[in-house]
Ligand binder design. Structure first.
Ligand SMILES: Nc1ncnc2c1ncn2[C@@H]1O[C@H](COP(=O)(O)OP(=O)(O)O)[C@@H](O)[C@H]1O
Ligand SMILES: [Mg+2]
Length: 296
């Protein structure tokens, strides 16, 4: 009998669950890429809501965090569930310790301290209109991006410029991070490097829709094939080396080009990244092989 592998989803990414998110088609693309390769390797992909009761996880020795894309609105509940699965002897990938580390973008400070190239960032407990202006002065730029320290999918993110400043009474009353706006994200796109078991698997160039700077499909972004140059791949591999976890089952390094021409890490996604199966035809067999090693 095939070994059941759980692919966690949430109510609005799971197929057949009524109203689905605008990017639920990405769930379908990933599962369609993994399923046949898993079968070849004697594994059965089981899509399962992360909120399903523990008994539904019986006979599932390993779960992938999959498309549990609503977790950031319920981080404590999500982590508690992962801990429960882990305590029940289920291998959770990536494990709760990685999730805890990766859920707060301050991990970028760790990567910078370990020598990885990172996007220049100011870390603040909150910010107001004057703070936005200060940040532009600090970075000597005319446009900045303000993001949540805990967040994903571009939610709660702002882009301000000297000519399009926040309202005078605007504030963001939560821990945030400010970065210079990198024009390369619009001009060339954002680069993704997908690593399986610590080895580079495939690259993706993500472009924003006309008039947008966020590359996510929710904002009209689209993907192109991308074969990194040796120098760019080396920069991404250095980020993986700088992680405090050796050979995570999967890890997606998102990078953007700085004005000096070098790539810098924007995010190391180790929780529930989209795997970009269309740009990585070997994704399925590689994931299946890495899972087999972990089950052994
Ligand atoms: N410093 C920046 N310069 C230009 N664009 C940015 C910058 N930071 C983020 N973006 C855009 O916003 C998107 C979301 O930001 P990101 O840091 O990836 O957070 P998350 O994906 O967790 O919401 C990026 O994919 C990119 O398109
Ligand atoms: Mg991102």
């Amino acid at each position: 009998m095939a070994t059941r592998i759980g692919f966690l989803a949430c109510a609005d990414t799971l197929p057949g669950a009524g109203e689905r998110r605008g990017d639920a088609f990405e769930h379908d693309l990933v599962t369609a890429a993994l399923r046949p390769a898993f079968e070849e390797a004697g594994l059965e992909l089981v899509e399962i809501d992360w909120r399903a009761p523990l008994e539904d996880f019986a006979n599932i020795p390993l779960v992938l965090l999959g498309t549990a894309w609503d977790y950031q609105d319920h981080p404590d509940e999500f982590l508690a569930k992962l801990e429960q699965l882990d305590a029940g002897g289920i291998a959770v990938h990536n494990p709760p310790a990685i999730v805890r580390w990766n859920a707060d973008k301050r991990y970028l400070k760790h990567l910078a301290a370990m020598g990885a190239a990172t996007v220049p960032t100011r870390w603040l407990e909150g910010i107001d209109a004057a703070g936005v202006s200060d940040a532009m002065d600090h970075f000597a730029v005319d446009r900045v991006v303000v993001k949540r320290q805990v967040g994903a999918g571009g939610l709660g993110q702002f882009s301000f410029s000297r000519s399009n400043p926040p309202d005078p009474d605007w504030t963001m009353g939560r821990p945030c991070m400010v970065q210079p706006f990198l024009p390369s994200v619009v001009e060339e796109g954002e680069y993704t490097f997908f690593f399986i078991d610590g080895d580079f698997s495939h690259g993706v160039l993500k472009r924003a829709a006309e008039g947008e700077y966020r590359i996510q499909s929710l904002y009209g972004g689209y993907e192109c094939d991308y074969t990194p140059s040796p120098a760019d791949l080396a920069t991404a591999s250095d980020v993986v080396e700088a992680l405090p976890f050796a050979r995570p089952l999967y890890c997606r390094i998102d990078m953007a080009r700085l004005p000096d021409g070098h790539l810098a890490v924007m995010e190391a996604e180790m929780i529930e990244p989209y795997y970009y199966p269309e740009q990585g035809p070997e994704l399925g067999p590689r994931m299946a092989a890495a899972i087999r090693v972990r089950l052994a």
